[in-house]
Write a protein that binds this ligand. Structure first.
Ligand code: ATP
Ligand code: MG
Ligand code: MG
Length: 545
């Protein structure tokens, strides 16, 4: 585990430890609903829960919040575990909330016996009307006056399947005049004649989230139950459930923090699932997706994501983080890790007319300018080369120091090269550039005779490897009204010529394409014969601290 900076949640924990509220225990949990792949917002919650436990020498559970009998998919469960591990965390226990259904049922019976819960037969419309509004107190249900015996009998009948979905609910008896609408006799159990992935057809009644969650936390001995801000005004109900059930001496404490929002990024499983189902993207792990699986395939590193989660900190009010900060973290991490390779996009052929036709020499290039220990490599240089389309202008603009007719530049690692002539095809496009080299200017020779202003990179034409390149743009962009809409150009497929070593690139291997950006060999599409590279992030940063 790594050093963790402090935040308001840690301040609460420090105080609890001082007062021995939970002895010296710190126990957190990450509770995903297994109904989709995890996204970067979940990463924030994962890092917060696991790093908080790690900071205090405590523990963190992975708990599937599966109290809602929707069809869970093993695919989601497997992906969640892979993602948590990939981010670098190890849970203490892996648990299912549905394993506590018996205890939750007992807790509900306990509340009925104490006169703190009752079975209600109002329909959804009446329920809404009786609940009242922020400015108007609610109205008590006629069922509120039923005896304990009557409620026990009705709840038993609910459990036995006597009623259809929606015909009865179990409600907590709290306060229909509470200024907090969540406290106006909330539903704690509902009927759903739906099979559950874990408990099958054992139950046709299921606990509501606000009732189930505090019980799950308490059963596991969680001390600090960290959740997002929208649950803040559910906290009185969380506390009420634990107090009234009364089984636990030091019940857990719910603490809310602001959920992560990022510009140009949709962050809801429902929306992400729709993109997958509608075929807008190529699966949950499409490199444009903000899912952990998508970011992984895109080439983001766990270190960069953890660094990002750490830098944004933990806030008590909602805000939106610039996506450029996430990209900055990725760049910062890759900068010192990833070797550089020459890749040419929109190639223009260069013929060095004074270089011997059959000759090839090897020139040496550093693997990483920032990390000399990463050593050097050799690439071929010969009479025919390719340079990048962006590195030549037939009619140069002001302050253009790269290749143009009559100009001399350095070919990085090789020689000074002068462009003498432009040869055109019949259609007017450029066929090749006729250039000459100066043998005295070889890199490393100590040549001091004159200087050039531009340095460009190249690949040798004979040995160049053709690769596929996918340059990504944001999946979501703002329209003229400032609303996010799908970007019709979220991926640009192109190709390039690479230096020979990229023929050996393994799926998942990362490189800096010199002067272009950071790239990864796509883990699904890269084969022995065809290399497909995803742009992880470009080189320049638009993020300002
Ligand atoms: P979504 O709305 O994307 O489906 P969710 O909150 O319904 O998210 P859960 O599986 O219930 O998804 O989330 C598991 C945990 O992750 C919860 O504790 C939740 O608060 C947290 N979480 C989800 N989204 C974010 C986010 N954007 N920022 C921080 N935490 C998040
Ligand atoms: Mg949820
Ligand atoms: Mg959700």
């Amino acid at each position: 585990s790594e050093p963790v900076s402090t935040n308001f949640i840690h301040a609460i924990i420090d105080k609890d430890l001082e007062n021995k509220k939970y002895g010296d225990k710190v126990y957190t949990r990450f509770p995903p609903e297994p109904n989709g792949y995890l996204h970067i917002g979940h990463a924030k919650s994962i890092c917060l829960n696991f790093s908080t436990a790690a900071k205090y020498g405590g523990k963190c559970n992975l708990r599937y919040d599966d109290t809602n009998p929707v069809k869970e998919d093993v695919e989601y469960v497997d992906s969640i575990e892979e993602d948590v591990r990939w981010l670098g965390w190890q849970w203490d226990k892996r648990l299912w909330a549905s394993d506590y259904f018996d205890q939750m049922y007992e807790a509900a019976v306990e509340l009925i016996k104490k006169g703190k819960a009752y079975v209600c037969n109002l329909n959804a419309e009446e329920m809404k009307e009786y609940r009242g509004t922020l400015t108007c107190a609610g109205k008590e249900s006629p069922c509120r006056q039923q005896s304990v015996e009557e409620n026990l009998k009705l709840f038993e009948e609910m459990k036995a399947g006597k009623y259809a979905d929606g015909e009865r609910v179990l409600r907590a008896k709290i306060d229909m005049c509470s200024p907090n609408i969540n406290m106006r006799d909330p539903i704690i159990y509902r009927i759903a004649h739906t099979e559950h992935h874990n408990t099958g057809n054992k139950w046709c009644i299921y606990p509501m989230y606000d009732f189930a969650h505090p019980i799950e936390d308490a059963i596991e001995g969680i001390t600090h139950s960290i959740c997002t801000l929208e649950f803040e005004d559910h906290r009185p109900l969380y506390d009420w459930v634990l107090k009234e059930v009364g089984w636990w001496e030091s019940p857990p404490q719910q603490i809310e923090f602001a959920r992560l929002n990022i510009t140009n990024t949709v962050m809801s499983k429902r929306h992400l699932k729709a993109l997958v189902d509608d075929g807008v993207v190529d699966g949950w792990d499409d490199p444009r997706m903000p899912t952990i699986a998508g970011l992984r395939r895109r080439g983001y590193t766990p270190e960069a994501i953890r660094d990002f989660c750490e830098r944004i900190g933990v806030a008590k009010s909602n805000s939106t983080v610039e996506v450029s900060l996430l990209e900055h973290c990725v760049r910062e991490d890759l900068k010192a890790k990833v070797p550089s390779r020459n890749v040419i996009e929109n190639p223009i052929k260069v013929v060095i007319t004074n270089y011997p036709e059959e000759q090839t020499e090897m020139v040496e290039l550093e693997n990483n300018k920032e990390v000399p220990e990463m050593g050097t490599r050799k690439i071929p240089f010969s009479r025919e080369l390719y340079v990048d389309g962006a590195d030549f202008m037939e009619v140069p603009v002001k302050k253009y120091f790269r290749l143009f007719p009559g100009n001399e530049v350095r070919f990085k690692g090789a020689y000074f090269i002068t462009c003498n002539d432009v040869v055109k095809n019949d259609d007017g496009s450029i066929k090749e550039l006729l250039c000459t080299y100066d043998p005295e200017t070889r890199s490393g020779s100590g040549f001091e005779g004159r200087k050039v202003k531009g340095t460009i990179h190249f690949v040798d034409a004979k040995t160049a490897v053709k690769i596929k390149i996918r340059n990504y743009n944001y999946l979501m962009v703002e329209d003229e009204n400032g609303e996010y809409v799908l970007n019709p150009n979220s991926v640009e497929e192109t190709w390039g010529y690479a230096e020979p070593s990229l023929a050996e690139a393994a799926p998942g291997e990362r490189f800096q394409f010199f002067r272009h950006g950071y790239y990864i060999a796509d883990s699904k599409l890269t084969t022995a014969d065809e290399k497909v590279f995803n742009r992880i992030v470009d080189l320049k940063s638009s993020w300002k601290p």
